[in-house]
Design a protein around this ligand. Structure first.
Ligand code: AMP
Length: 186
């Protein structure tokens, strides 16, 4: 299974992604994790990305697309993958479409995790990570609303988008995701 997992910051996407990749034997491609690793290793890309990440802004498309293009060529992606946190802009979605068309490997699913904004703010503020100041949280939510939400229409138009309610226990939400994905596989 090749899938995109979309959801705002604080929606619990990482937790669900972990479970989904185990259940469906997919490689877990989290651009946030890749960028944090690059930043911690102080690579040129990581240092550049940090300038954007630390304020809650999105990293420029060309940096992200180059990272993903390389990652999608790895052998572990042949068995399928879950894209977690990518694409986040229409330009990234178009770049992904081009890459997948070249490889002849279309997406099987685009899954959206829905959580109301007040709840996101509450959760993010409670997480207490160093990069989660109220202003950075606000910026990340604005970036989601302005730059990432248009993807819902992009994928919705072609009928590949499925949305699930992201409120409830980890178990309940996982059950909803599984029901959708099992329906697609059959
Ligand atoms: P995440 O862990 O997915 O919330 O990502 C953390 C931060 O990394 C984001 O706030 C962005 O600054 C950056 N980032 C991650 N993925 C992307 C992406 N696909 N496009 C642009 N920036 C990204």
């Amino acid at each position: 299974m090749r899938m995109v997992f979309i959801g705002p910051p604080g929606a619990g996407k990482g937790t669900q992604a972990e479970r989904l990749v185990q259940t469906y034997k997919m490689a877990h491609l989290s651009t946030g994790d890749m960028l944090r690793a690059a930043r911690d290793a102080k690579t040129p890309v990581g240092l550049k990305a940090d300038q954007y990440m630390s304020s809650g802004a999105l990293v420029p498309d060309e940096i992200i697309v180059a990272i993903i293009a390389e990652r999608l060529r790895s052998p572990d992606c042949r068995q399928g993958y879950l894209l977690d946190g990518f694409p986040r802009t229409i330009a990234q979605a178009e770049a992904l479409d081009t890459m997948l068309a070249e490889q002849g490997t279309p997406l099987d699913a685009v899954l959206e995790l829905q959580v109301p904004e007040e709840e996101l703010f509450r959760r993010l503020a409670g997480r207490g990570r160093a990069d989660d100041t109220p202003e950075v949280i606000r910026q990340r939510l604005v970036a989601y609303r302005k730059q990432t939400q248009p993807l819902l229409e992009y994928y919705g138009r072609r009928g590949s988008l499925k949305s699930i309610d992201g409120l409830g226990s980890v178990e309940e939400i996982f059950g909803r995701a599984k029901a959708v994905l099992d329906g697609i596989r059959d």
